[in-house]
Design a protein around this ligand. Structure first.
Ligand SMILES: Cc1ncc(C[n+]2csc(CCOP(=O)(O)OP(=O)(O)O)c2C)c(N)n1
Ligand SMILES: [Mg+2]
Length: 391
């Protein structure tokens, strides 16, 4: 009883009042966290990492963001019709982060992420067919239908998944960075995690080792303000940027608006370059927003956020609209060309869904292939692979 009463008191605790923010700024010399500061439309077009981009590259970024959004919209359609099952965590609204990051990869860099992984997979060059088939649980999927939405993998594209345990990818990412340093490869590891995952103990351990051993890793915190239905102010005791926790481990930390590709590239580019050239870790916190619920099974998706909040981000900070406007202003693209691009990506997503639906299921005799399973503590369920369903 006492414990329950205490936890109720804790969960209703308000965030620290804004008066502390000046002190924080003085302490850390940086900006403040997302629930007290709005993202901006600052201009990073002249940054060296952006100034050299060609028109073709800029249009390519738009195509990639559109591909991710159309792919996920198709997936949502079939999920809602009951044709697709399993988990489905959409990154709609967050597309710029995956595309901006992959645009900076140099062929030796490695990336790893959590379960909200479709965007990263497509951005590194995985095909829509193999990804969609995986969502349908088909044998033609990238993980042969055994991983589903949370476990897209493409090591040949330096993409190490797709992980369902919150924060579980952070030590794996550190292992990738260690391997790069050990083998003297001029690359960096980029490990994505959410604002909720920052609170997993293992992440603190990773920061300590990353700094102690000077490993070439960039932890990118995709701060969308919520971990499932829990808002940031209810999950983080420290009422400042999450990235600043890195300062406690003598690691460079930076805050970034993730809505504009120019800003993302301008902040992430130097962190990745530092990792490659000096084998130094960094933490970059990227402000972003997801339009849909935590997953498609989030029954409370519209209860813990106001419709006004969702609309605000859609209207003011949609990464695709922002990039389209940027390219229109630069005369890099016309409205007609955008419409054509959009149609092409929609058609590609539709064709991928057809491919997934028409693909065969994995054969029953392959159920134990390509997976880890217990060899001790043998049970009947373990022998037959039927843990959840009877015939
Ligand atoms: C160790 C562990 N604890 C809890 C869960 C259940 N869970 C899945 S996602 C999630 C929220 C994580 O939020 P965040 O890190 O902000 O990522 P986002 O979903 O916003 O991308 C939780 C608690 C889990 N998968 N693993
Ligand atoms: Mg989150």
């Amino acid at each position: 009883m006492t414990l329950m009463a205490q936890s109720t008191t804790l969960s209703t605790k308000s965030p620290e009042p804004a008066k502390n923010l000046t002190e924080l700024d003085e302490l850390f010399g940086g900006s403040t966290c997302r629930w007290v500061s709005s993202p901006t439309h600052a201009d990073y077009s002249k940054d060296p990492v952006n100034a050299s981009l060609t028109a073709g590259q800029k249009i390519g970024f738009l195509r990639e963001m559109l591909r991710i959004r159309r792919f996920e919209q198709q997936a949502l359609k079939y999920y809602n019709q009951g044709i697709m099952g399993g988990f489905l965590h959409l990154c709609i609204g967050q597309e710029s982060i995956a595309v901006g990051t992959s645009s900076l990869m140099n062929g030796h860099d490695e990336i790893i992420t959590a379960y909200r992984d479709h965007g990263h997979a497509l951005a590194v060059g995985m095909g829509m067919d193999e990804c969609m088939a995986e969502l349908f649980g088909k044998g033609t999927g990238c993980s042969k239908g055994k991983g589903g939405s949370m476990h897209f993998f493409a090591p040949d594209k330096h993409y190490w998944g797709g992980h369902g345990i919150v924060g579980g990818q952070t030590p794996l990412g550190l292992g990738l960075a260690f391997a790069l340093k050990y083998k003297a490869v001029n690359g960096c590891a980029v490990c994505f995690l959410g604002d909720g995952a920052v609170n997993q103990g293992v992440f603190s351990e990773c920061l300590n080792i990353a700094s102690l051993w000077s490993l070439p890793i960039v932890y990118v915190i995709e701060n969308n303000g919520y971990s499932m239905g829990t808002s940031l102010e209810r999950s983080s005791a420290f009422n400042g940027p999450l990235a600043y926790r890195a300062k406690g481990y003598a690691i460079e930390a930076e805050i970034c608006g993730g809505f504009h590709l120019y800003e993302l590239r301008a902040k992430l580019g130097p962190a990745m370059a530092r990792a490659r050239a000096e084998s130094k870790p960094s933490v970059l916190e990227v402000n972003t927003y997801r339009y849909y619920g935590h997953s498609v099974a989030d029954a409370n998706a519209k209860k813990y956020r106001t419709p006004e909040e969702i609309d605000h981000y859609k209207k003011e900070f949609d990464p695709i609209t922002i990039w389209e406007n940027q390219l229109l202003n630069e005369n890099v693209i016309t409205e007609e060309e955008i419409t054509k691009l959009d149609k092409e990506t929609k058609a590609e997503a539709e064709a991928a869904a057809e491919f997934g639906i028409n693909s065969p299921w994995p054969a029953e005799e392959t159920i134990f292939e390509d997976i880890y399973y217990e060899v001790d503590h043998q049970t009947e369920a373990g022998q037959t692979g039927r843990h959840f369903f009877s015939e």
